[in-house]
Write a protein that binds this ligand. Sequence first.
Ligand code: FMN
Length: 318
Amino acid sequence: MMNDVAASGREKKILAPMVRVGTLPMRLLALEYGADLVYSEEIIDRNFLDSYTRDKYEIKEWISNKTQLSFFSTCDKERDKLIVQLGTSNGNNAYKAAEKVIPFCRGIDVNMGCPLDYSTKGGMGAALLKTPEIASDIIKTLRRNLPNEYSVTAKIRLFPVLKDSIDFVHLLANSGADAVAIHARQVHERAKDKAHWDQLAQIAQLVTTNIPLMGNGDIFSVQDMLRMKEETGISHWMIARMAQWNVSIFRGTLDSMNNVILRYVQLAEETNTYYGLAKYCLQQMIKYQKWTRTEFASKINHAQSWDDIKYALSFLDA
Ligand SMILES: Cc1cc2nc3c(=O)[nH]c(=O)nc-3n(C[C@H](O)[C@H](O)[C@H](O)COP(=O)(O)O)c2cc1C
């Protein structure tokens, strides 16, 4: 069966994986604003391996045996649109982790682009770009063992040499990946460095596989999505920072920040989200709006509980 991610015909707006940001309330809000797919933040495979699940009203939570804290949660509303991103360096562990979550999502993605030490030191994230045989084995193991209707994808970064990026996409496709997301930066590049859409265009033109490519990096508006399509031919748009700042980007015209914030807080509370995570996301929105000197910002910065966050909302218009 052709799965969601692999259905290449239509344009797709996709919430990128984002640690601390891409948790359940943000994913639900992205879907409300029109996202076609939502990625979870990266979850390290061993977290799933050493966990149990707990149902709380409509929410299913994965709890760490070690800390007794919830590290991932989901609900029925997003089941058909949710891609769970794994941090992994081993096919068997990736599969065992995937097995724990697969009935509750649409597919599994493997993070092959995270440049941070904690990821690469364990052979995960961007380290996989340097160990193609392991990257290939992870995708093959997942594809071989997961039912066909679940997608298996990977998110990569650019190699310094174009041909290496193309070879890596071919490797992933030949290993069974249903789609590949390309963050159009090299491993050493940071958000302030411009994304290389010219490389995306060349990859899209030169790959001989017909799996869909998702373009990621520097999409901040609908105009950017259209421009990416025009310049690269890619019409599966994966959006990170702009969604973090104002998730109504998925609607096209931006909604007012007040509406976004009020609905985000409502969803975060309804989904038993830890107040500290909601506070972090609200702080990102505040910074983007340049509201750092407002009473609302001050109340959010000092919030120590859900009650404090809700009290802060009364200062939103101030
Ligand atoms: C707060 C934050 C957390 C991120 N966490 C992840 C992650 O868990 N997994 C991943 O593959 N990329 C992660 N990224 C990278 C983004 O998915 C994306 O590749 C990058 O931000 C470029 O897209 P943008 O220009 O739309 O921001 C993160 C980015 C941000 C801003």
